[in-house]
Design a binder for this molecule. Sequence first.
Ligand code: KIV
Ligand code: ZN
Length: 537
Amino acid sequence: MTATAAAEPIRSGPDRVAADPDHVVIFDTTLRDGEQSPGCSMNLDEKLRVARALEEMGVDVIEAGFPIASNGDFEAVQAIARQVERCTVAGLARAAARDIDRAGEAVRDAVRPRIHTFISTSPLHMKYKLQMEPETVLEAVSFSVARARTYTDDVQWSPEDGSRTEPDFLCRTVEAAIKAGARTINIPDTVGYATPEDFAALFTMLKERVPGADRVVFSAHTHNDLGLAVANALAAVDVGARQVECTINGIGERAGNASLEEIVMAMRTRADRYHVKNDIEATHIMKVSRLVSSITGFQVQPNKAIVGANAFAHESGIHQDGMLKHAGTYEIMTPESVGVTKTNLVMGKHSGRNAFRNKLIDLGFGDVGDNAFQDAFQRFKDLADKKKDIYDEDIIALVDDEIASSEDAVQLQSVGVMAGSGGKARAQLTLTVSDDVRFAQAEGNGPVDAVFNAIGRIVPHQATLQLYQVHAVTGGTDAQAEVTVRLEEDGKTVNGQGADYDTLVASARAYVHALNKLAVKRLKTKPAGDAASVAAE
Ligand code: KIV
Ligand code: ZN
């Protein structure tokens, strides 16, 4: 542990709440419930980057994954447990011995390990999903919590579909979990069915009726099927819940989970109403939101609260007039408070390496590694030659792209396209495959199709394209394009990203990046070989 880390408080949920009853534990499940949702999968390196950003932002608990789900999940939870110094790291486990043992092993090296174990308790889930009698479920609760306690003191228990569980039975299961040693009781609204009033009443009932309820931290885990996830989490806090489970940008199963940024800013902006505290450094919110969006390819909707592109935009004349007279007329929090800086004109083509390095530090990139830095600097210079104004967003897109792809075995060297209204488009392209230069050309129905076909000639594959998405990084016709490509092969899904002032170059970069990630995934199931040979075979 570093000297700086040792000086800061170690965040441990139940102990922290015992010391400060107004503290709300922020439990981030972006890497577990968020990552579990279709198309959001992240590789190890990406998960480590997100975990680092969450730690720097000040979350209390990072739920790093579901270790029994796959070797990849196990390795990611273990790596995060070893890397993170200031947060509790949790691994999820069903109520089965092998799940719990795997989770225990994965979080063992964490400074603060937590096992989060769960089982369904609603009549519907017990009958159809588990096909278990309520009494057997009750036994599984005691067994699973007790087994988890052999690995760590910090055990969290959840009744899945808790909000649709019969109240008497819910009380019995919670009591059993507390008796077996759970220190956090998390109540999930698994299907997003609850209303704020129902959910608050549920917590009040549990606190009043369950023996030992005063010894544990109650937690809310809410889904957004009716758009009530954040409201339900806040309603639970209102009646004494002291942990909320949430994800960055609200990503998660179906309509998603409660969004971290909305919960945190609601508590902060309406401190007069909630009277609670958390340790989140809110100025990091925008940066972390962008990171998760660029890694997962899930663009944030423009009108999304706190982190949407329009969240602080004032378009109508009346609003603009009000804003000029007093920002408080139409803004209940400042953009700066969540890390939205005024659109910053940054350096030009005469800026040197030092200025660029300082800019990266300002933007929160830290040490990107020498190769990625040199390549990013070269690309910044090229961009500055072609684009009149360069903004922070341009630099972020470019450096994100460089960090993501710098270790890739297959790299794009050049691409040229002939397209127009007069027939098929034609692409010519050069890639390097582990430094071996390869050339291909192909036709397609439009320029993007032609580029992807040419790449397929050099890197043959069976993957199908699930998503092709273009996002303009800034305004203006010379804006850089940020492209996301999602590929699926044999049930494995990967996202590739690419950024460039030329949309076709960005598309080629994103496609090549996705193929590199797919090759690494394939390699994990092969006994020998290297990423380059598998990618190009
Ligand atoms: O939504 C849910 O019920 C969950 C549990 C595993 C906590 O994600
Ligand atoms: Zn969930």
